[in-house]
Structures are given as structure tokens and as C-alpha cells.
Design a protein around this ligand. Sequence first.
Ligand SMILES: [Zn+2]
Ligand SMILES: [Zn+2]
Length: 304
Amino acid sequence: MKIIEDNHAYVNSLLVVIILMPIFLIIIFTISFSFTLANDSAGDLSADMLKDSSRDVENQLNRISSEAMHNLSRILLENKHPCTNSTKTLRVMIQDAVDNLTGKYIQRGIMINCTIINIYPSDDPYCFDVYYRINSTFINDSSKNIVNKEKITVSMVDSAYPVYDVYPLFRVNVDIANDSYVYRVDDVAYHNATSGLIFKRCPYEDYTGHAHSNLTMLDCLNNHYYHFSHDGLCVFCRLENRSTCPHAGLETFIIPTHRLNESTSSVDHVYFNESASGHYNGTIRDFNESFIYLDNAHGGKYGF
Ligand SMILES: [Zn+2]
Ligand SMILES: [Zn+2]
């Protein structure tokens, strides 16, 4: 009888184990599954955080580069001294500003290394190119990282950070008044002449149209706009006070004050060119109460 009871108990406990086993298994499986899920979403979240931080820095590079270019030109304007290597100086200034920004991510546990590799004059002379490499990782987990290598093209004319044309300052005696240079030169035609202080893109992109409307020509002169030019100097060569420039360049007009039949051409790179062959004359081109002097090549370019 005792043996039968014991057997009964044994069978009962076996049954309990058999019934409970799958429940245990389900519980263990569910726990481990939700743990994996939680781990995965934490992983996704940290990857997103890294991506967002990296993108934040990249999104600010354009503004930082614009501001650095504005500051570089302003410093040269204030010091009245050209730069020996303007792309290198600008690269260092952008790097400093970027380091200042990326330093703020360290408190959040994120290490961002953004290296400004190089600065080049762009094919578009109103812009410059910034090449950079960015590497973002967690301070406590370097297994997760994001690397990106890119180029951005930064405008020097559509931003809140105007870029000063310091070139006239290095070439002749000038004063500054109302965002213009006033030429304190002996040359009768150019005594008190004016040209622009800030680079601005001429909106009249069909250049030959300048001469076809007095309003266009006057608006261009009054605003001291700059034009594409193969012979003109780029912004970087202007910052370095060079005489020639291998890059896509710009030209603007120096507006003379006295009417003569002819005088030095009013295109800035012609006026500033020191070589005897380059300093060529232009004939007077009249429109309403204003006038400039243009040589034949530039006369043709602007539709005269
Ligand atoms: Zn123009
Ligand atoms: Zn150049």
C-alpha cells in the first residue's frame, strides 16, 4: 500500500514537472527575447544619437566657413596688411571654430573629430570649397563610429557674413566711406573715384545687356557689383595682394570722376596692373549722368 502511494506521488511530481517545463521555457524565452529587444533599441538609439551629432556639426560647417572668411577679410582690412597664405590661414580659422563646436559634444559622451583638410578657390569665383573629414564615436564605446569625407561649396556673396575686397587698400591710397573705397590719387580722371568694399554678385548675368539699358549700368555701378573674369583676381589672390591669379577670378568697375576722351580702363584689374602692357587705356562710355572708361575687349564684354 505504501509502495503504491509512493508511486502515486512520484507520478504526480513527474506530471507537475512535465506540465510546468514548457511554462518555464516560455517564461525564460520571453525574458531573454525582451532583453535582446531592449538591447537592440538601445543600440539603435545610440547609433541615431551619433548620426545626429555628426550631422549637426556638418550642418554648421557652411556657416562657420562663411564667418571665418568674413573675419579673415575684416582682420586684413583693419590691419591693412595682406595675407601670405590665405587658404592656409582660412583653414586654421575654420578648424579653430569647428574644434570649439565639437568640444561641446564631449559632455554628452560623444567624441567628434572634424578635420578641415583643405580650402580651394571654387570654379565659381563667388565661392570657395572646403574639404573635410569627420569621425564621430562614443567616449566609452569606440566600437560604434561614423566616418564621413566630404566637400562643401561656401558662398561669399549670399550670406550674413560679407567678405571685404581688401585689394584696393594694398594697391593705391584709399579711404573708406559708405561701403566704398574713395581713391585719393593724383590721376585727374580717378581723383575721388570709387569702388566696392564688399564682394557682390552682379545680378545682370547677361553681361552684354549692361550697355543696352542705362538703368542696368547705373544699378551695377551704384551697387559696385563684381563680374566673372578670366583676367581678374580671385578673392584669395586679392587677400594675398598678388598681381596675377591662376583661378577663376572677378572684376569690378572703379568709377571715375572726371570726363576725358580716354583714360585708364575702369576695370579694376586693368587699373591695378603695374606692367606697362597691362595698363591700357579705354575710351569714355557715357550713360545718363554717369560714365566709365573701357578698352575695346571690356567694352565688347559689357555690350558697348
Ligand atoms: Zn554688372
Ligand atoms: Zn587666385
